[in-house]
Structure formats: structure tokens, C-alpha cells
Design a protein around this ligand. Structure first.
Ligand SMILES: Nc1ncnc2c1ncn2[C@@H]1O[C@H](COP(=O)(O)OP(=O)(O)O)[C@@H](O)[C@H]1O
Ligand SMILES: O=C(O)C1=C[C@@H](OP(=O)(O)O)[C@@H](O)[C@H](O)C1
Length: 154
């Protein structure tokens, strides 16, 4: 969340002359234009994950496409089959403090997994992102390439 997948993905697609898509946006379109936050609230996370897998499956047959996935796409093994079928998976590994700063600047409203903690947006984001990284670190490490921004935010 907030690592720059959408921002960097759009630039990359432009440089490569590829199309770009954001899997969260496709999910929202499929669920009658509901936002990710509304989908989580109304249908729950497992419904969202099922839709995410369906979208990644559909995208897996496409060529010349840069996909910005949601940060949780790494948790389901089957998603890796789809993401790596024709694609190269790049992990944007940004220090948690920088992620929390970026998210705090725009607020946590659109990111439902950050609604659990108490405190100001920076503290909420930092706490939850630390927990998620502990849970997901091994999954992110399966990426074909890692771009680390360590040391760029001190
Ligand atoms: N390299 C960067 N340096 C500073 N801010 C960035 C960078 N990349 C993205 N951002 C900012 O961080 C926020 C989240 O970026 P976004 O591309 O939406 O991330 P993601 O798609 O991974 O959630 C946005 O406000 C964006 O402008
Ligand atoms: O990390 C996650 O589990 C999620 C990240 C979000 O996407 P971004 O990484 O684009 O914020 C979005 O898919 C959803 O809120 C769940």
C-alpha cells in the first residue's frame, strides 16, 4: 500500500509503450463501481480476494501490459501462477515510515485494512503496515525483481 505501484506502473507502461491497468480499479468496475473500501465493508475481505484472483486470471493471458496489483495480491498462491504466467513481478520495497507518510498525506479512508488501529493516520498506517509486512514478507520475496528504496528516506 502506497509503495508507488500505480504511480510507477503508469510511468513504466508509458516508457515501454505498453498498456496499463490497476487490478483494484477492475475489481471496482466489476462490483458495480463500488470502491474497494465499500466492497470490504459490504462483502468482506474474502469476497474481495476472490474477485482479485478472477481479475488476475483474466489479465494473465494479456501481453504488453503493466499491472498495478493491490498490495495483498501476494497472499494467495494461485495469484502467483497468474501473475508469473507471462509476467515479471516487481516488488517495490519502500521503508514502512515512508509508506506511512505517503498514506497519511492522503488519509486512510480508501485503504480498509488500515482502519483497525487507533491513532492519527501516520501511526495507524505504520502499525498495520508493520504487521502486514511480518505476515507477507515471505510472499513479497517471491517476486522476480525487487526495487529497494532503503536508505532513501533517512
Ligand atoms: N516515488 C515516490 N516518491 C514519493 N511519493 C510517491 C512515490 N510514488 C508514489 N508516491 C505517492 O504515494 C502515494 C501512493 O502512491 P500509489 O502509486 O497510489 O501507490 P500504490 O498504488 O502502491 O498504493 C501517492 O500519493 C503518490 O503520489
Ligand atoms: O494490501 C492489501 O491487502 C490491499 C491493498 C490495496 O491496494 P494498494 O496496495 O494499491 O493500496 C487494496 O487492494 C486493498 O485495500 C487491500
Amino acid at each position: 500500500m502506497g509503495s508507488g505501484k500505480t504511480t510507477v506502473g503508469k510511468i513504466l507502461s508509458h516508457v515501454l509503450g505498453y498498456s496499463f491497468c490497476d487490478s483494484d480499479t477492475l475489481i471496482e468496475q466489476e462490483v458495480n463501481g463500488m470502491s474497494v473500501a465499500e466492497i470490504f465493508k459490504l462483502h468482506g475481505e474474502s469476497f474481495f480476494r476472490k474477485k482479485e484472483t478472477e481479475v488476475l486470471q483474466r489479465l494473465s493471458s494479456k501481453k504488453q501490459l503493466v499491472v498495478s496489483t493491490g498490495g495483498g495480491a501476494v497472499v494467495r498462491d494461485v495469484n502467483w501462477d497468474y501473475m508469473q504466467k507471462k509476467g515479471i513481478v516487481v516488488w517495490l520495497d519502500v521503508p514502512l515510515e515512508a509508506l506511512a507518510q505517503r498514506i497519511a498525506a492522503v488519509g486512510t479512508h480508501s485503504r480498509p485494512l488500515l482502519h483497525y488501529e487507533d491513532g492519527d493516520p501516520y501511526t495507524k498506517a505504520l502499525k498495520r503496515l508493520s504487521y502486514l509486512l511480518e505476515q507477507r514478507g515471505k510472499n513479497y520475496a517471491k517476486a522476480n525483481a525487487r526495487v529497494s528504496l532503503e536508505g532513501m528516506y533517512s
